[in-house]
Design a protein around this ligand. Sequence first.
Ligand code: GLY
Length: 395
Amino acid sequence: MKQVIDEGILAAGRYDDAPRLMKKRCEEALSFILGQIDRNLETFIGTFPSEASTGNVYRQVGNTEWTPAFWTGMLWLAYETTGNEKYRQAAEKQLSSYKQRIEERRYTNTHDLGFLYTLSCVSAYKLTGNEEAKQIALDAAELLYIRYLDQAGIIQAWGNLDDPRQRGRMIIDCLMNLPLLYWASEESGDRKFYDAAHSHVRMSAKYLIREDASSYHTYYMDAETGDPKYGKTAQGYSDDSCWSRGQAWGIYGFPLSYRYTGETELLDLTTKIANYFLNRLPEDFVCYWDLIFTEGPEERDSSAAAIAVCGLLEAAAHLPLTEPLKRKYENAALKILESLIENYMTTDVPESNGILLHAVYSKPGNNGVDECCIWGDYYMHEALVRVTRDWKPYW
Ligand code: GLY
């Protein structure tokens, strides 16, 4: 493994030059994605793609996991970018399933309500003014808010709030669930959602991010006293390594909180986290599944790469013109994206109904290793929309 120094500081050279990626190539990639969505349109109406593929083919599953809305979100992206009503109709048909999940409290004991309801219902409301979707998303925000542990100032990620194995545990992925709370505060006028999200992001910055700008996947707080306990991985290589997707959730999640809070510390922290990530990319700019690996035969995680592209673009959008990292992050985002387009899409894998090859769901769990993962497909789609259009995030 290569020795990497200068934590938090971007190594010189690699991201200084503008990439070769052309808009035409991005539009071609988007057309391919639309073709795959068309191919899946009938299959995934009353059902959703599995979290990860098997042999690069998604199965049909119900609305139970943390992932269905990545498919619904792709339908909304397709509708927004083409204006074609068939995508809107397909997305709207799925809304009843999200409503039922909330009403019946099925698989709602999770912080992932943010992923689920931002990409299905907040998007529906933002794009079409659908009032029912707005209400469903507000109901979801109420359920997410229940998971806020006042004493610890964090949102518990997984499990029942009284489950001793999960009590007081926050995880870096949760940063992507906070926009639902910020949005709910804006729409309802109730500040409690904002306050919970704001406290959670500050605790994440303090405890999930290490001194060297790498991240713990998860961190335990004492829910009764509010004292910090210890970091632990769930999907990374080890407790003290840096899980690539976790770092990518940070690269995207912190600037999203900056968007709502305007706190410059969050943007400063984003640059350190992003630099740590960018300093560890292999030759082709697509990260291994854990950043402890920078070369060799371990699997890549293309989904983390796609998330990082969106995050780098989000961060760059907020950085001032005078900040040299702004241009470097745009360059880095395009270099990663170019590599994903050229080497990781399913273009030459006709049996696949996915978009991005070579993602990893959980290496320690031996689940979805070197497969398509539905969130990787979503973020690849979002990244391409971001670089070709003036796009307002659903987040
Ligand atoms: N949020 C779950 C994962 O990234 O695998």
